[in-house]
Design a protein around this ligand. Sequence first.
Ligand code: ZN
Length: 109
Amino acid sequence: MRARLWNHLIVEVWMLNDVIKRAWATHDFKVKMLDWSGARGSRLAYTCRMCGRKFCLFTILNHSTWAVDGEGRALESAVSSRWLGENCPRLLNIGDDEDRKRLSKPPAQ
Ligand SMILES: [Zn+2]
């Protein structure tokens, strides 16, 4: 059961585009399932153990990965795309706290 879940997650990461995939692989993520809906699948929260950056994605809608603040609120798309394109900074970054204030309207939740 556990192994099947992990295979599923690896498949999702493979569906991200190449740039994001390379940056994404530099983080050390722990993954948590937040909730589930029939239309969108599971909503997963990826939190990096090293830099503390946090991302969410749905398992059914591809290309809907976005950055969130500590409480899971979506950040502006400019912040999302920058974080997704950057390698893991390997440590908590003071500038990230400023980014976390740039909240976006969450995608229909
Ligand atoms: Zn990281």
